[in-house]
Design a protein around this ligand. Sequence first.
Ligand code: CU
Ligand code: ZN
Length: 206
Amino acid sequence: MRTTSWDRVLLAAAVALPLIGCAQRAAAPPGAGGSGAIAKLATATGAPAGQAVLTAVPDGVEIVVNVQGLTPGQHGFHIHANGKCEPSSDAAGKTVAFGAAGGHFDPEGTGRHGHPDHGVRHAGDAPNLMADAQGRATLRYVSPKVTLAPGPNSIMGRALVVHADPDDYQTNPAGNSGGRVLCGVIQPARLDAVVGSIGPERHLVR
Ligand code: CU
Ligand code: ZN
């Protein structure tokens, strides 16, 4: 049988299409497109306390938080500059939980803590979490001044921090929100973390 160019096109399509379909699902690139991220929040002793799922949206980054183990009431919640949840020491040598996370993410150098709706404020400022009587808190917030994609305002690799007390949205540098009780580093979301646990072998079977 004579091989026409159409035969080759069809053959190529038959071989390539399943691979393309696979690649689109499997190759959501860690960090490359910056479309999704996750932060697993934990206490200062390392106990898991929930997570935040972050998604790039046209207005910024949507942050969906689900945490537990808080005292009932409001808790300051921010994006901190350093993606480190280790303790640090203050000037007096006292240990500061999650101190290595640094201050609020402030790529514009405003030096000003404020309400999330304020124009001039740390990009990392966010609304308080509201914990219920069982200590559970959920929040969905679109942060308008940040990105997941690479750039000066990217929060990939930085930290989310939950505080002991409410954020008053005005006192520098951190809204008088007290100690740091939960911390998690923002990391690129893996496919299996988003849709369940579909192993990569699913895409290799012919
Ligand atoms: Cu904070
Ligand atoms: Zn702030």
